[in-house]
Design a protein around this ligand. Structure first.
Ligand SMILES: *Cc1c(COP(=O)(O)O)cnc(C)c1O
Length: 386
């Protein structure tokens, strides 16, 4: 099965029919503890914080899909992030992209700073910016690509090459792209992180996270953090993510198709003065990305009240945080997902009040387009009345 293609591996690898009954779908093993053969026997399952058969099936699948050797599933993306940050020591320094996921920024600044770990933020679209921010304590480069919500792209290969020169680890939050679109480990990164709550799960019905690595020693440290802290993923959630992954390739194709059509439409809307989408405006797409993905951000040039009216006017697009599900969502980053970042810093990064982020779902494209058309015509009428 190892030499099969992504779509086949997503469905079969790590998920062989169960021995006892022949069940084709990996069962949800709810047992917290397991019979051992002798005192001190650790050859099989022992205790479910340590390992659980449903979680193992998910971890094996994730490792294969990311071209990694080891994967660890956590109770959320942020729990997984914490296991990465626990690899650091007091005094260490991290260089990260500037328009980070809000919760990642919060964990860096509100939790890790008090342990004397420091962070610098750079525009990741030029890899040289990472090198400029390196100091003698730098231990980790942290990348999101595409970034959230401005969809900037970071050349993983180039940044990882710089990191290796200085003995720095490179971690990539691959939540937006998923392994179907890009594989950071194959490009030289050391750590891949997922919020599996998004595209991997794919149905907005589960919170989960994961880390994938190749290096044996690094794997051991991540595994230690997983069972020492106890932020591992439960069996039911593991099963939901496994189920989601089986259709990941189908969904990513449709998300990307729909998003591209929406970008084409937004280009024709006079109120829209900026569109953010991978490959848009002649931007080259690095990382051998297979498709540009399903997230589109854009800026409308009007006052905050009108922007609020717009995001409350859609019917198919649901006003909600999060992304990556089959349903289309609309989000106002400044007031929602990125509200925890102070206003001045946010605006410096370009996350202004007129910015809107769409998580384009897999509905019929014509329904999505007419939904946006209606919302635009509603605010246009209001603007005329003013
Ligand atoms: C949602 C998200 C996270 C956090 O994951 P949770 O599962 O919500 O804890 C981290 N990074 C990115 C890019 C995300 O979108």
């Amino acid at each position: 099965m190892k030499n099969k293609r992504f779509e086949t591996k997503a469905i079969h690898l790590g998920q062989v029919p169960e021995d006892h009954t022949g069940a084709v779908t990996t069962p949800i093993f709810l047992s917290s503890t397991y019979r051992v053969n002798f005192p001190g026997d650790e050859s099989g399952y022992v205790y479910s914080r340590w390992s659980n058969p449903t979680r193992t099936a998910l971890e094996d699948t994730l490792a294969v899909l990311e071209d990694g050797k080891y994967a660890y599933a956590f109770s959320s993306g942020l729990a997984a992030l914490n296991a990465v940050l626990n690899l650091l020591q007091a005094g260490d320094h991290v260089v990260a992209v500037d328009d980070l996921y809000g919760g990642t920024h919060r964990q860096f600044e509100k939790l890790m700073r008090k342990f004397n770990i420091t962070f610098s933020y750079v525009d990741g679209s030029d890899p040289a910016n990472f090198e400029k921010a390196v100091n003698k304590n730098t231990k980790l480069f942290w990348i999101e690509t595409p970034t959230n919500p401005l969809l900037k792209l970071v050349d993983i290969e180039a940044v990882a090459a710089i990191a290796r020169k200085y003995g720095i680890l490179t971690g990539v939050d691959n939540t937006f792209a998923t392994p179907y679109l890009q594989k950071p480990l194959a490009l030289g990164a050391d750590i891949v992180l997922h919020s599996a709550s998004k595209y991997l799960g794919g149905h907005c019905d589960v919170i989960a996270g994961a880390i994938v690595v190749n290096d044996d020693q690094l794997a051991e440290q991540v595994r230690f953090n997983q069972y020492a802290v106890g932020g591992m993923l439960g069996p039911f959630e593991s099963w939901l993510i496994l189920r989601g992954i089986k259709t990941l390739h189908l969904r990513m194709e449709r998300h990307s198709f729909n998003a591209q059509k929406i970008v084409e439409y937004l280009e024709t809307v006079p109120l829209v003065d900026k569109i953010y989408y991978p490959g848009y405006n002649g931007q080259t797409i690095p990382n051998k990305m297979k498709l540009p993905g399903g997230i589109v951000s854009f800026h409308i040039n009007t006052d905050l009240e009108t922007v609020k009216n717009f995001v409350m006017s859609t019917e198919v697009f649901i006003l909600a945080e999060s992304l990556g599900g089959v349903e289309s969502l609309i989000n106002h980053p400044a007031l929602m997902t990125h509200a925890s970042i102070p206003k001045e810093i946010r605006e410096e990064y370009g996350i202004s009040d007129g910015l809107i982020r769409l998580s384009v779902g897999v509905e019929h494209i014509d329904d999505l387009l007419s939904d946006l058309r209606t919302a635009f015509s509603k605010i246009q009428t209001k603007i005329k009345q003013k």
